[in-house]
Design a protein around this ligand. Structure first.
Ligand code: AMP
Ligand code: MN
Ligand code: MN
Length: 326
């Protein structure tokens, strides 16, 4: 369903814009995941097939478990100096421009396309193709490819299936609708390598990541009669396990999967900031809770970066969750 808010673009408008432009820079959000990358790579490969020039901008390094995605090797933190004046900057999977980080050159709004499925997207582009009922940004891209009449080949299909499998947690989350399974079947028939995606994204855990998970669970604390569980990871814990930031990704989902838990929070106090990941079992809206503190996301999965100490973050997040009915 098309978002009806003012400024939301139709598939036809976006398709016309994509046809009109000669060059594109696909932009992914900081700390990239399989959706932001897979959606950009999928659309990028398709645009190359119809003769367009495509680059990929990404502030942070591509995580180890996503380097298998086709086009990952072309990602860069800088952009070529000779981009034509009609270059369109395509922001994938971010509720606001600021999620792209700090290394983009100044870009006029006229040259921004926003493709996303987050609640509360700020509609920062000239065109905002924002479809909150879609399970991933990749399935928004699928609609565009249909509009462009570009055939989905096996590489595009693998990228797009990776977006779905990432954002549905391997077809486990509540956003796994019959439509999503139909689209996934379509992608597999087009040659998507589901086996590869499963192995790389879901069965490729590093030993330090598992040790870190063990420590985080051991140190987790419950509150609100067991409905809330939180854990904190800091530089020292990472060091002791030989782990790095990428090894923290799955921890909050494990916390959420404990019986009776309605909200899980992971406080990541390293790299000089406190980032918080929130997950809900479906009663409490963690997107609204994160938005109270300058973050965003989805009803059941959200995040924020807290300016202040860990102790203050714990208190602020608890307050925000209580305000949302925890
Ligand atoms: P994460 O916990 O990092 O996996 O993020 C869960 C969801 O929240 C994703 O949909 C993110 O796009 C969103 N999110 C995470 N951090 C932020 C932030 N600082 N601002 C806005 N949205 C965020
Ligand atoms: Mn994302
Ligand atoms: Mn997404």
């Amino acid at each position: 369903m098309i978002d009806e808010r003012a400024g939301a673009a139709t598939t036809e408008e976006v398709v016309a814009e994509l046809r009109r432009r000669s060059a594109f820079v696909m932009v992914s959000h900081v700390k990239p995941d399989g959706d932001t990358l897979g959606a950009g790579f999928g659309l990028g490969l398709a645009l190359k097939k119809i003769g367009k020039r495509v680059h990929y901008f990404q502030q942070d390094e591509v995580p180890r478990n996503l380097r298998f995605l086709r086009e990952a090797e072309f990602v860069s933190r800088s952009v070529p100096a000779d981009l034509p004046a009609d270059t369109l900057w395509v922001f994938c999977d971010m509720s606001d421009f600021s999620r792209a980080g700090e290394f983009l050159p100044p870009i006029s709004r006229e040259n921004m396309l926003d493709i996303d499925h987050h609640l509360g997207n700020s509609h920062f582009g000239k065109l905002n193709y924002v479809l909150p009922s879609e399970c991933s940004t990749g399935t928004c891209v699928m609609r565009l490819l249909r509009g462009l009449d570009i055939e989905i080949d096996r590489d595009i299909a693998t990228n797009l299936l990776a977006t779905i499998m990432t954002d549905t947690g391997g077809f486990m989350h509540s956003n796994t609708t019959p439509d999503v399974l139909r689209l996934s079947a379509e992608l597999m028939l087009a040659g998507a390598d589901k086996e590869l995606i499963t192995e790389q994204i879901f069965a490729n855990k590093r030993w330090p990541a598992m040790r870190l998970l063990g420590r985080a669970i051991d140190a987790a604390q419950v509150a609100h009669e067991g409905r809330y569980i939180w854990a904190c990871i800091d530089d020292e814990m990472l060091e002791r396990c030989g782990a790095d930031g990428e090894d923290t990704e799955e921890i909050v989902n494990h916390l959420r999967s404990i019986e009776h838990v309605e909200v899980a929070a992971l406080f990541k106090a390293f790299d000089g900031e406190v980032r918080v990941s929130l997950r809900s079992s479906g009663r409490v809206n963690v997107q609204s809770a994160a938005a109270r503190l300058g973050g965003g996301g989805h009803f059941r999965a959200s995040g924020l970066t807290f300016r202040g100490s860990v102790a203050d973050a714990l208190k602020a997040v608890d307050d925000a969750l209580v305000a949302e009915g925890l």
